[in-house]
Ligand binder design. Sequence first.
Ligand code: ACO
Length: 401
Amino acid sequence: VIDIRKLYGQSGKFTYDPGFTSTASCDSAITYIDGDEGVLLHRGYPIGQLAEHSSFMEVSYLLLNGELPSQSELDDFTRTITRHTMVHEQLTKFYSGFRRDAHPMAVMCGVVGALSAFYHDSTDIADPQNRTISSHRLIAKIPTIAAMAYKYSVGQPFVYPDNKLSYTGNFLRMTFGVPAEEYEVIPAVEKAMDRIFILHADHEQNASTSTVRLAGSSGANPFACIAAGIACLWGPAHGGANEAALNMLKEIGTPDKIPHYIERAKDKNDPFRLMGFGHRVYKNYDPRATVMQKTVREVFDALKVNDPLFETALRLEEIALNDPYFIEKKLFPNVDFYSGIILSAIGFPTTMFTVLFALARTVGWVAQWNEMISDPGQKIGRPRQLYTGPAARDYIPVSQR
Ligand code: ACO
């Protein structure tokens, strides 16, 4: 065995930590997680309290600025975001370049990445004013872009923002308004949706946030960085799990089939996993899942619906939490386990679930990106590797191979 580091003079020491399970990549004052205790705090405030008493706009202000706003600060912030909800008319043309059956996350990656082509000031990130306006544009336009992705997929005309409505009410109208003028926002649904946005707003250095930071560390503009985050979020091990979790519940169907799927999840020769279960950091109940489970009932009551899959989900949770495999590996429901049932009851197709996650997480990505860029000690992200390829060798002409 050749020690390749010596061969290339790589004598410096570095840690080998696949998946970064024990490497902190930055300082951050935004979000705190204690995975063993099931604690999640944003700027010190417990997620349960924020979900119960706050609004998505207020939590957005908190994540960006570090403190809860006064009433006038909240009004100003909401007005600023509202002013930026429109997208450039030229941007609406992007959608027609996609197939109607394109996954909306594919559309999101493309359209959000394209925003920097409309705002040239976004590429000069050294100016704090430019960073602020780009941040506001991203938070304001992401619901418009997401709703348009949905409208395009179902072949309906785009609905322009109605800035008399709340952030979340506006998004619901832009998504479900047919015709938009007759759409009435149901307050209980608006509140539930707003709460779902709060639950997804930030989660410290997860895969997509780390992607945003890594992309941003090179000085790339914030629209490009958030597009990178959206791409990362799409994966089924991350934001795509909410779509996968509902598909799994549909596949399981009735509670009597649960033991079969539990056995499959435990079988190491079977790639099947319980989607919406397990988390890299939480080795206890994900506090967001607790709120999510409660919200299911509120939405069912408001819409006067019932989905038998909720009973299947509750039973699945009960069986899994009493199974030695899940106990030993500390696998609990995560935020994605119940969210699909709520979103489905509200009327979203499964393909939109991860889009909604991206919409809500945009503020967290933006807050983390701003924190990184404002840090005077910020460096380009550049992980090392443990080289396992061939030692140096001479090129052989193709005729002699
Ligand atoms: N079902 C069955 N077994 C599981 C599950 C699951 N959902 N999750 C983890 N395990 C098992 C693994 O097989 C592994 O077993 P082993 O020790 O015998 O090899 C052990 O638990 C540890 O799992 P890892 O994959 O090593 O843990 P990691 O921290 O890397 O992964 C992850 C966390 C990706 C979330 C994982 O639990 C998973 O795939 N869950 C399902 C997908 C999901 O719900 N993702 C959403 C996460 S939350 C979010 O992104 C918002």
